[in-house]
Design a protein around this ligand. Sequence first.
Ligand SMILES: Nc1ncnc2c1ncn2[C@@H]1O[C@H](COP(=O)(O)OP(=O)(O)OP(=O)(O)O)[C@@H](O)[C@H]1O
Length: 252
Amino acid sequence: MTEHAPMSNLSSKPAIQVQNLSFSYGESRVLEHVDLTITPGEFVGLVGPNAGGKSTLLKLILGLLEPQTGQIRVLGQTPRQAARRIGYVPQFPSFPRDFPISVEQVVAMGRLGIGSMLGWQRAADRDAARRALNEVEALDLARRRIGSLSGGQLQRVLLARALAGEPEILILDEPTANIDQRVETDVFDLLATLNQRLTILLVSHDIAFISGYVSRVACLNRTLTCHGTDAVDGETIRELYGSHVRLVAHHH
Ligand SMILES: Nc1ncnc2c1ncn2[C@@H]1O[C@H](COP(=O)(O)OP(=O)(O)OP(=O)(O)O)[C@@H](O)[C@H]1O
């Protein structure tokens, strides 16, 4: 009966599974009874009003915060166990822009913890960093100082940093918040290509824009509702989003 027990069982597990998750900072409840299942290969856009809990949910999925109630599984593991299988692009660079460090070194940081303590010095790690830079079409920036880059270039480099760890899931927190629309389109075209081999969860304010790229939109304002994007245009999503905000407001 088990002769066909598929190896692929592993990959058929949800990429991310959030069940009945609640989280508070002190007395302040930020997330309440959140359920979200993301299957491998999906590209999910997480949208919602300011302070709706989006970054907090990402931090819980990344294992940077611990849920007080409910559970999270990432590729069948706890968030901490799965941390190296996720590539994360933070909302703002988590290093000073004037830090004297090259693009290549920033990207190599995405390998830390994978090999030895000096992992970024190993040839395999250097190759992975260069492959990642090549994939985001930024190999020509390798020797540049990180602080000298434009917003769009910096975003590509941060994406390369996340890819250097060869993740199975990519999580991005407002990756295009500080760049113009033309560059935003380039970044999303790149994400669409990456989505051919990676599951993507992306926070954005720009619902109309992301609706052209994502397979599903999840609206978060303390609680969460998900909507498919079949035949949903930007206007419809704005309506869903608006009605959700009003719906949640009734809870007070
Ligand atoms: N470390 C913290 N300690 C206390 N409160 C926090 C902390 N981090 C976030 N909060 C609060 O939790 C709420 C949710 O914040 P969060 O950053 O998750 O929202 P968000 O949806 O990502 O917001 P935005 O769209 O503005 O980035 C906010 O009221 C915020 O002030």
